[in-house]
Design a protein around this ligand. Structure first.
Ligand code: SF4
Length: 368
């Protein structure tokens, strides 16, 4: 069995050497580049991440550069990637590396785990890919590949199943051929899961380990891993005021773009610190929003939408209420409870580094 496993590992490594996708973080896998790419890739498609990764490294090429950035700039750079806690953790991790490790990411397991936002998967990625250490990792792709390969009947998404798959990953990494190149081995497992051993339609005819795969031998590739029942998403109704001002006028004023009023979300809520049109959540959101706008001397127009915006556990159904006004001074929107307001040119608000959530940008696109 050991020899069979070893020859299968060799086959997968050879396949990875030949077929791996060319990705920017693979060109120069420094510890910092691996950390940035791995946090960006969590819950996000590779195609989406490439542009963000390249802009990020161009702006903050080192841990020290990132640590010195403002949180507002970090969130702005993350605009549209979602799951913004990843950006906050990456920023906090860079500051911790400056404070505790003189700006050098440690290779040590305990020191990496002590950094904000680094779980076992990310630590395994940094240690194996950047430092060449024999550290296992399991993400969704690896769990699926190993579960099929070994015909594991349990559910890798549940604690018992997850522990089992981690043990398999750690055992196989002890095989000399995998241990000799742990970064390539871990990436080969992930690459196979991302491109061949996909969730619904594994392409077993192209698979380099097909002759070793227990699920294939037993006709269980569709049954492993078991399909998870999706939890019902919580419905959130909300209404937002897209307050659009006429272009600035007057001698010496060059800006001819419409402007939009934005509010910064408080620190203790979802999408903390991001900017959005002022809004209200709840069953009576439209009435409350319109009343607050009128109290501020603004005239709400009939709502547009709804926009449907899906997150992992929430389904947003959102109305956009247009308001057109001169916007020469900030209206009194204290009733909304935002810590800050700003007026921004519309093209900047819709830009890649605006610091608006994707939902906020969808609202602007609907109205203007
Ligand atoms: S043979 Fe099929 S099910 Fe098995 S690892 Fe390869 S792609 Fe996945």
């Amino acid at each position: 069995m050991a020899n069979d496993t070893e020859s299968a590992i060799s086959a997968l490594l050879a396949w990875f050497a030949q077929h791996q996708r060319r990705l920017p973080w693979r060109d120069n896998p420094t510890p910092y580049a691996v950390l940035v790419s791995e946090l960006m890739l969590q819950q996000t498609r590779v195609d989406t991440v490439i542009d963000y990764f390249q802009r990020w490294l161009a702006r903050w090429p080192t841990v020290a550069d990132l640590a010195a950035a403002s949180q507002a700039d970090v969130l702005a750079m993350w605009t549209g990637l979602g799951y913004y806690n990843r950006a906050r953790n990456l920023h906090a991790a860079a500051q911790a590396v400056m404070a505790r490790h003189a700006g050098v990411l440690p290779a040590d397991d305990a020191a990496l785990r002590a950094l904000p936002g680094l779980g076992p998967y990310t630590v395994g990625a940094v240690r194996s890919i950047a430092f060449g250490q024999p550290a296992a990792l399991v993400d969704g792709n690896v769990a699926r590949v190993l579960a099929r390969w070994t015909a594991f009947a349990g559910d890798p998404s549940q604690p018992k199943g997850r522990d089992h798959i981690w043990r398999v990953a750690e055992d196989w990494l002890q095989q000399p051929v995998a241990r000799a190149q742990p970064g390539a081995w871990n990436q080969a497992l992930m690459e196979l899961g991302a491109t061949v051993c996909t969730p619904r339609a594994p392409d077993c005819l192209l698979c380099p380990v097909a002759t070793h795969c227990q699920a294939r031998a037993q006709g269980l590739t569709q049954a492993i891993p078991p399909v998870r029942q999706k939890a019902t998403a919580q419905l959130v109704r909300a209404a937002y005021a897209v307050i659009v001002g006429t272009p600035l006028q007057g001698p010496g004023v060059a800006d001819s773009a419409p402007r939009v009023l934005l509010a910064r979300r408080p620190e203790d809520v979802r999408w903390a610190g991001l900017w959005e049109p002022p809004g209200v959540e709840g069953a009576d959101c439209l009435d409350v929003l319109n009343a607050r706008l009128r109290a501020a001397g603004l005239t709400p127009e009939p709502p547009l939408g709804p926009i449907v915006h899906i997150l992992t556990h929430r389904r947003y159904e959102v109305l956009a209420v247009p308001v057109h006004c001169a916007l020469e001074t900030l209206p009194d929107l204290a009733a909304f409870g935002y810590p800050a307001l700003r007026v921004q040119a519309l093209p900047d608000a819709l830009g890649k580094e605006s610091g608006l959530s994707r939902l906020a940008q969808k609202l602007l696109e609907l109205v203007v």
